[in-house]
Write a protein that binds this ligand. Structure first.
Ligand SMILES: Cc1ncc(C[n+]2csc(CCOP(=O)(O)OP(=O)(O)O)c2C)c(N)n1
Length: 279
């Protein structure tokens, strides 16, 4: 990957982390941990991989994205704002009773293709979008991000079966393998490993990457596009809370807002990172 692209993605992801943490702090509720873990993947999708036009969010030929772990709305809203789908100013409506930007991902927000929050449902919608694309002979691609806790939902595995049956090579899903879910370690709450063998057995092409390595993320999406006759699952190893030292690898930050002091520290850390990147 060219140095300039790497720098651009790192800058946008850091800005998105700053916005996401601010939204959760200002609303005094929300889900920072899983939003921060998938931020590099989401940034690479919207700033490098997906064909989308912020001026035409309903373009029928656009690539689609579904955040199946819908509690990670701070990640989605911040990346969409940075990509130009709506002004950053609108983020202050996050979780406000009068706003359209609810705590889980909501289709009233420009650029959002599917409302989610009930775990397991988003990936099924993504399968439907990919199937619709095949049926209508469209060339758009469909992307989805799931959580490694989310995949304990039985509906996920029905979606896996259907995607393989219909040979949905226009579908690429990612599992954000941060190892933690709401109450603790994924392996304690509901063990799901070995994930690669499971998805392969369900007829998917599987790629394992470091979910914070932009080049690996970009290459994985390119590989997925080259695979014919089956959908692709990217297993992205990540760190929950990535980018904010005291949130990293701590399930306590799954669905909790930082207080003023904690927010000041998070902001200082991310701003220092941004300054480093922008030179
Ligand atoms: C059907 C359903 N059951 C339970 C929940 C409550 N819930 C919200 S987040 C969560 C844990 C999700 O963990 P994971 O998918 O690993 O998300 P991440 O760690 O990436 O934030 C649970 C159980 C829900 N939203 N939907």
């Amino acid at each position: 990957m060219e140095k300039s692209k790497l720098q651009e993605l790192s800058i946008q992801a850091t800005k998105a982390r700053l916005l996401a943490v601010k939204m959760v702090h200002d609303a005094a509720s929300g889900h920072p941990g899983g939003s921060l873990s998938c931020m590099d993947i989401l940034t690479t999708l919207y700033f490098d991989v997906m064909h989308v036009d912020p001026n035409q969010p309903q373009d029928p030929d656009r690539d689609r994205f579904v955040m199946s772990k819908g509690h990670c709305s701070p990640a989605v809203y911040s990346v969409l704002a940075l990509r130009g789908f709506f002004p950053e100013e609108d983020l202050k409506m996050f979780r406000s009773i009068d706003g359209h930007m609810s705590g889980h991902v909501e289709m009233h927000v420009p650029g959002v293709d599917m409302s989610t929050g009930s775990l397991g449902q988003g990936i099924s919608a993504a399968v439907g979008m990919a199937l619709g694309g095949k049926y209508n002979k469209k060339s758009y691609r469909v992307y989805a991000i799931m959580g490694d806790g989310e995949i304990a939902e039985g509906q996920v595995w029905e979606a896996m079966l259907a995607a393989a049956k219909f040979k949905l090579d226009n579908l690429c899903a990612v599992v954000d393998v941060n190892g933690l879910q709401i109450d603790g370690k994924t392996e304690d709450v509901m063990p799901t490993e070995p994930l690669d063998q499971k998805f392969e057995a369900f007829g998917w092409h599987v790629i394992k990457i470091d979910g914070h390595d932009y080049e690996a993320i970009e290459n994985a999406f390119a590989e997925a596009e080259s695979i014919k006759g089956k959908p692709t699952m990217i297993l992205a190893k990540t760190i929950k809370g990535k980018g904010v030292s005291f949130m990293e690898n701590d399930a306590g930050w799954h669905g909790k807002a930082p207080n003023d002091e904690q927010y000041a520290q998070a902001k200082a850390e991310l701003e220092a990172r941004l300054q480093e990147l922008e030179g």
